[in-house]
Design a protein around this ligand. Structure first.
Ligand code: ADA
Length: 557
């Protein structure tokens, strides 16, 4: 399953994953041997490859000809693509979509090779040994599309609501992929409205931006309670015949902030969420649809209304599910805990910027995303770091003025960047990493934030939690027991949710996850054990405690 809906009716789309490919590791004791594996998948789930760090070549064949578009939704973490032995694309980062256009492909059977590489090196500034695993493999779908002479590259729909009237600002990008000029017309439809652009002529290889505004009399809003989705359908025609199309979904909802709250359609929402890694003992980071849906069932059952995609852009199919179920999403670019030295790696800024430039257009239309985050717990206590934060936050605003932005800090009273984001967000661990009383710790931090650029901004706790090893229980409730975790979370959640200065909370974290031995080998089980459920989604004692507390608070202030 690629998406929760068909994104094309005219353009033919064929998923190349969702079947067996050949896999050949390039290093290690099995180098050069060929295996038959299901895709999408991570090689850490194959026998003998549980800890393989290196390159792996995935191979498949397909019949095709003419103009083709290949889209990779996620190759972890560095990809090199070859068609019939010729390199056609390279891409860094496991969590963002990339594509390659191949023109005039001769008729026949073609061989596609995708080399995935999950090694750490100076060239990889974002995938580094960390408190989550950089898996290896084809972790999200690979799709082959048949194109004509022109195609639709992107549709962005920005809902507007003024004087009680809903409208949508449209931007449509089309491209001529031939060496000759092409005449065409374009039509875009939403609900009972349409825009037509006639008599277009695109020069060879020209990319054209088409814009427009549609106004509506009667539409239903998207909200957590009534997540009403609408389709946007764009078609390109040449000589009266449809030659390409694109379908996407969006919702009529507006995100705003005031000096204390995040507002969805002018209602102050109380964020009650979980930080969630894409991680599973059976699938690595390549969770199939049913596993994603099962995670969301648990999250809803726990009384939560939001997910933070810690610490990278998520699979768009997961976002489709959040759209359909009214679950708010904080999505963030890919970074966790990068030090000043990490941020001074010359590859850091271009790689972090690339993730933002790929994440926002690809996920722009999802109504569930209410905020963009960057650079979780990076060096925001340094002047150099502040320059990086400022550049990336302004890039987000350049790409999307319809949503607030933020970043999750762990720098307590040393952060230099709180004047930059729309929403001030902190990761705090009273009762875990330090024994401070939650209430006074939180109030002390909030008062300091008022003096250092955070005044007049919503204040969000983006992480709070404690470790609890599944099955470890004792009458002393010692640290790492399930009892200790439940008591700490009870204390922490009441402290945050009863604080009138906080607009909400994300619990760290939804489930236990694998961590890199290279750095977090000290963690028990080489796992981050702060999940409310363990890696197999088995409830810990904190599950019922968290459910009771979250369920006792409504979605709005
Ligand atoms: C940080 C970090 C998380 C995780 C957490 C923890 O806040 O953002 O990714 O590492 O600490 O478990 O300590």
């Amino acid at each position: 399953m690629i998406r929760a809906f068909d994104t094309h009716k005219v353009r033919t789309v064929k998923e190349l994953t969702g079947q067996l490919w050949q896999f050949t590791p390039c290093q290690g004791e099995h180098a050069g041997q060929s295996y038959t594996v299901a895709t999408p998948s991570c090689w850490e789930t194959y026998p003998d490859f549980g800890n393989y760090r290196g390159e792996g070549i995935y191979r498949t064949t397909f019949r095709g000809n003419g103009n083709l578009r290949l889209e990779c939704k996620g190759i972890s973490h560095t990809a090199t693509l070859r068609l019939d032995g010729q390199e056609i694309a390279k891409h860094y980062n496991a969590y963002t979509i990339f594509d390659v256009i191949m023109t005039d492909v001769p008729e026949g059977i073609h061989t596609l090779e995708i080399t995935a590489d999950n090694r750490f090196s100076e060239e990889s500034a974002l995938h580094i040994p960390n408190d989550y695993k950089s898996y290896g493999g084809i972790s999200r779908p690979v799709v082959l599309e048949q194109l004509s002479n022109l195609y639709i590259r992107q549709i962005l729909v920005t809902p507007l609501h003024e004087n009680g009237i809903w409208s949508t600002q449209i931007s449509l990008i089309i491209k001529n992929i031939t060496p000759s000029s092409q005449k065409c017309s374009a039509k875009l439809t939403i609900h009972d409205r349409e825009i037509i652009w006639n008599d277009l002529e695109l020069a060879p290889q020209e990319q054209r931006l088409l814009t427009g505004l549609l106004t509506f009399e009667q539409v239903e809003e998207w909200s957590m309670e009534t997540p009403r989705l609408y389709y946007v359908n764009a078609v390109l025609e040449q000589n009266g015949a449809a030659v390409d199309d694109m379908i996407d979904r969006f919702g009529f909802r507006i995100v705003d902030i005031d000096d204390k709250h995040i507002l969805i359609n002018e209602k102050a929402v109380r964020i009650k969420g979980f930080c969630r890694h894409e991680d599973h003992p059976q699938f690595g980071c390549a969770l199939p649809f049913a596993a994603m849906a099962a995670d969301l069932d648990i999250i809803k059952h726990l009384g939560a209304n939001s997910v933070r995609t810690s610490h990278y852009p998520n699979d768009e199919l997961f976002l489709d599910l959040c759209d359909e179920q009214g679950i708010l999403v904080w999505e963030e670019n890919h970074a966790r805990g990068l030090s000043l030295q990490n941020m001074q790696n010359p590859h850091f800024e271009p790689q972090a910027e690339q993730v933002i430039r790929e994440m926002i257009p690809a996920h722009y239309n999802h109504p569930c995303i209410y905020i963009w985050g960057i650079l979780n717990e990076c060096a925001s206590e340094t002047e150099y770091g502040k320059e990086c934060y400022a550049k990336q936050l302004s890039l987000i605003k350049e790409l999307d003025q319809s949503r607030p932005h933020s970043f999750a800090s762990c720098k307590f009273k040393t952060d230099l960047c709180l004047g930059l984001p729309d929403v001030v967000s902190y990761n705090i661990y009273p009762k875990w990493y330090h024994d401070s009383p939650v209430d006074s710790y939180l109030e002390d931090l909030y008062q300091w934030i008022q003096t250092t650029g955070g005044k007049g901004k919503p204040f969000l706790i983006t992480e709070i939690g404690a470790g609890g090893i599944y099955g470890y229980r004792n009458p002393y409730h010692s640290k790492w027991t399930e009892e200790y975790q439940a008591e700490a979370l009870k204390n922490q959640l009441h402290g945050v949710l009863e604080n009138e200065n906080c607009c909400g909370v994300y619990i760290w974290q939804f489930c236990d996850i694998r961590v890199e031995e290279e750095w977090f080998g000290c963690r028990p089980r080489t796992m981050n054990n702060k999940g409310i459920v363990d890696e197999y989604r088995r409830s810990k004692l904190s599950y019922d405690v968290v459910k009771k507390i979250l369920s006792s608070y409504g979605n709005y202030f």
